[in-house]
Design a protein around this ligand. Structure first.
Ligand SMILES: Cc1ncc(COP(=O)(O)O)c(C=O)c1O
Length: 370
């Protein structure tokens, strides 16, 4: 029996002294917000780290999605995936657009690119795919569809900071990629997000929207709101950025250990990474049936281990928020998937314990049980 609870995730934190050192600068300047020096430095360092053209940090990933929609001036139907966190559709709805659900690929769990075109109407303005669990979408196919139908592409890249396609950041794709730096993410600022775009004018517009619609001379030139990141959050980002590679490598090691151990159970299914490389920030497993999932969750919880049903339910089933349209693949996957604990402080022994408990619960043959 495991005495200390193991949750699905824990934030990666830098040594406190290193964070305090950055905060001392903030205390000295007395600047807490309004695109201060820490925000500017964090944006510059992150841009260089990821190899992207322009970054605007924001209050959180949900606001990043909203700002992206607003900056692109789209109003109408946005084709998106039902296999995501609710923020994907709440951002669309907050910007007076309508989410239209496209079912997902059963192997990658990302939007099924073969089903997008049949959903395009004269009201469609954009596609908002999600790089689910950091696994890149079929970005080339999505680009082709968007170009053919003159649609904008906004990636919900909340999970995908650190994911790559052809060795480059996946955040380089789409008109805008909106990412999250929430405490649970690979790189965190406690709460935080960012919009990434290669269009410098669009980036300027994003920076204006996040600052009440000001231009550089402080005139209000458009309909904006307050989406700024603070100096306190940017300092945490700067302190964490130093450990970005170490955190990613650590998650990769544990991800591979999970996979190598659990793959002997032929009833378990794993996310297929078909395009590019994931950032290894989640380890999802799909059970053969929901009953198996519930049995495993019960065994885990009894052992003080708390994986998460993520994403559940499929968003098209949130009938108090959206109008239902059938997405059988997403509904099926959502009913059978959990994410196992994965974070920097999780030990390899704990990964092994979780694997053995799971295999024992599923009666997998040829294993050493704990
Ligand atoms: C797929 C997805 N999109 C958007 C968000 C929203 O990000 P935030 O929590 O930073 O607002 C999340 C949050 O985890 C998410 O998982």
């Amino acid at each position: 029996m495991n005495n200390k609870p193991i949750y699905v995730t824990q934030p990666s934190l830098p040594p406190l002294a290193e964070y305090i050192e950055l905060l001392e600068d903030v205390w000295e300047t007395g600047i807490l917000t309004h695109n201060g020096p820490k925000v500017v430095k964090f944006e510059e360092d992150l841009k260089n780290k990821l190899g992207v053209d322009n970054i605007s940090t924001l209050t959180n990933g949900t606001i990043a999605l909203q700002v992206a929609i607003r900056a692109l001036e789209v109003k109408g139907e946005i084709i998106t995936t039902p296999f995501s966190w609710v923020a994907t559709i709440s951002a669309i709805k907050y910007e007076d657009c309508t989410p239209v659900f496209c079912d997902i690929d059963p192997e990658t769990f990302n939007i099924d690119v073969n089903k997008i075109e049949e959903l395009i109407t004269d009201k469609t303005v954009a596609i908002m795919p999600v790089h689910v669990f950091g696994t890149p979408c079929n970005v080339e196919a999505i680009k082709k569809i968007a170009e053919k139908h003159n649609l904008k592409v906004i990636y919900d890249a909340a999970h995908a900071l650190g994911s790559t396609v052809k060795g480059e950041s996946v955040l380089n794709y789409g008109d805008v990629s909106a990412t999250s730096m929430h405490g649970t993410k690979l790189l965190n600022t406690a709460e935080g997000g960012a919009c990434i775009t290669s269009d410098i004018d669009l980036d300027e517009k994003i920076k204006s929207i996040r600052f009440f619609g000001h231009d550089k001379s402080k005139n209000i030139v458009q309909d904006g709101f307050n989406g700024k990141m603070t100096e306190i959050h940017a300092s945490l980002g700067l302190a964490n950025l130093k450990y970005f590679d170490a955190v990613l490598e650590d998650r990769k090691l544990k991800y591979k250990r999970y996979h190598d151990t659990l793959k002997i159970d032929k009833d378990l299914k794993f996310q297929k990474v078909e395009f590019g490389e994931t950032n290894y920030s989640y380890f999802p497993v799909v059970f053969e049936t929901e009953q198996q999932l519930l049995k495993a969750m019960n065994a885990f919880n009894n052992a003080n281990i708390f994986p998460r049903r993520y994403f559940y339910p499929s968003l098209n089933n949130l009938k108090n928020i959206v109008s239902y349209s059938a997405c059988p693949v997403s509904e099926d996957i959502a009913s059978r998937i959990i994410c196992l604990p994965l974070y920097f402080n999780l030990t390899v022994e704990q990964v092994d314990l979780i694997c053995q408990l799971l295999l024992k619960t599923l009666n997998t043959k040829r294993i050493e049980v704990v």
